[in-house]
Write a protein that binds this ligand. Structure first.
Ligand code: AHN
Ligand code: ZN
Length: 339
C-alpha cells in the first residue's frame, strides 16, 4: 500500500467514526436540546460579591492611624473608627473595656469591639480578628529596630478589614440568624524573643481571654466561629491549623471544600499545618464556639509565618486585593450557605 492509500484509508476510518457518533447522538437526542460540550461540575456561588477594593480601603484606613498599640493615641482613634464603621453597617455595637496586665507588668486600657446582628436570634455565628498591632518588631534582623512597634497591615488590620467589608455586606443583604463580629484587643503583646526573662503565664490573646471568660451576653454560645489572622498578603497559603482541626474539624472541612469549589485551592491548601496559639484557642476552651483559625502560615520560613511577620515590612505593600477577595468571598459563602 502506498502512502496515499494509507492516508485515504485512515481518512475513511475517521470519517466513519465521526458519522456514526453523530448519528448515534441524533437518534438519542432527537427530542431533547443539544447536549452541553463539557460535563465538568461547576459550582454556582450563592453569596453576594465581596468587594476587595472596599476591604483594602478598610485595611489602609487602620494602618493610616499608625501602630495600634494599646495605650497609644493611634489605638484610641482607630478604636473609635471601628465602632463608627460597625454602627454605619447596621450592627448593634458593644464595647467591652478592661484593664489587662501584660507579661512585663503594663496595664493596658483594652477594648474589645463587638458588632451584633440580629441580637434576638438564638442561632449565632461568630467572626473575629484582632485589631491591635504588635508593640515590638522582634523578628527584625537589625537589633535596633526590634523595640519599635509595627504597622501590622497584615498582622491585625487585614482580618479586621475583611470583616468590615462583610459587615457592610450584611447590611445590604441581611441574614436571618445572628452574627457577631468581634475585634479583639491586646492579642499581640506576647513576650518578644529579645526578652529572655522567664515569665510564666499566657500573654498572647489578652482581649480574647477576657471576653471568653466574660462574654458580652451571659452564657454566650455560637454554632461556630471563624478567626481571620494575616489574611491579606500576596500568595498567602492557609493550611488547616492544628487546634482548628482538633476542635472544629467539620468547619475546617466545610471552609476548605467551599474555597476549592470557588477556585481558591491555591490559597486554601488541603494539608494540615501546625498548632498556633491565637484568639480561637481560648474561645474553644471556654466553649463559646467551635472555632477555626484562617491564618497565613508558610513552610518556607523558620518561624512558620510569612516573612513580613513581626517586622517593619508588615505595611500596606504586603497587602494584596486578590488575597483579601479569596478569604472574604470564602467566608461570605460559608455565611450565605448557612441553613
Ligand atoms: C505565637 O506566636 C505563639 N502565636 C502567633 C499568634 C499571632 C501573633 N498571630 C498574629 N500575631
Ligand atoms: Zn502578631
Amino acid at each position: 500500500m502506498n502512502l496515499f492509500n494509507k492516508l485515504f484509508l485512515s481518512f475513511l476510518f475517521v470519517a466513519t467514526v465521526v458519522l456514526l457518533a453523530s448519528c448515534n447522538s441524533c437518534k438519542s437526542n432527537k427530542m431533547s436540546k443539544p447536549e452541553s460540550i463539557s460535563t465538568v461540575a461547576t459550582y454556582e456561588r450563592v453569596s453576594p460579591d465581596f468587594d476587595a477594593d472596599s476591604a483594602f480601603s478598610f485595611v489602609k484606613k487602620q494602618v493610616d492611624f499608625g501602630p495600634r498599640v494599646p495605650n497609644s493615641a493611634a489605638h484610641e482613634a482607630c478604636g473609635d473608627y471601628l465602632v463608627s464603621q460597625l454602627n454605619e453597617f447596621g450592627a448593634e455595637v458593644i464595647e467591652q473595656k478592661a484593664i489587662l496586665k501584660t507579661y512585663d507588668g503594663i496595664s493596658l486600657n483594652a477594648r474589645n469591639i463587638i458588632g451584633v446582628y440580629n441580637p434576638d436570634q438564638k442561632k449565632r455565628i461568630l467572626l473575629f480578628a484582632h485589631w491591635d498591632s504588635r508593640p515590638f518588631a522582634d523578628q527584625e534582623r537589625d537589633k535596633s529596630l526590634r523595640t519599635q512597634p509595627i504597622l501590622g497591615a497584615n498582622d491585625g488590620a487585614s482580618g479586621v478589614g475583611v470583616l468590615l467589608e462583610i459587615a457592610r455586606q450584611l447590611k445590604q443583604t441581611p441574614v436571618d440568624f445572628g452574627v457577631d463580629i468581634i475585634f479583639f484587643d491586646a492579642e499581640d503583646w506576647g513576650q518578644p524573643s529579645f526578652d529572655s526573662r522567664q515569665v510564666a503565664g499566657d500573654w498572647w490573646c489578652l482581649g480574647a481571654q477576657h471576653w471568653a471568660k466574660n462574654p458580652h451576653t451571659p452564657h454566650y454560645h455560637a454554632k461556630f466561629g471563624i478567626l481571620l489572622d494575616m489574611v491579606g498578603a500576596s500568595n498567602a497559603t492557609f493550611y488547616k491549623e492544628g487546634y482548628s482541626v482538633q476542635y472544629a474539624s467539620n468547619i475546617i472541612e466545610k471552609i476548605w471544600q467551599l474555597a476549592s469549589r470557588l477556585g481558591y485551592g491555591d490559597y486554601f491548601i488541603n494539608k494540615k499545618g501546625g498548632y498556633i496559639t491565637d484568639d480561637h484557642v481560648i474561645v474553644n476552651q471556654m466553649h463559646r464556639a467551635p472555632s477555626v483559625n484562617i491564618i497565613h502560615t508558610s513552610e518556607e520560613t523558620p518561624h512558620g509565618f510569612g516573612d513580613f511577620w513581626h517586622t517593619h515590612n508588615d505595611d500596606m505593600s504586603v497587602i494584596n486585593k486578590s488575597t483579601l477577595k479569596v478569604v472574604g468571598q470564602t467566608v461570605m459563602e460559608v455565611i450565605y450557605t448557612e441553613k
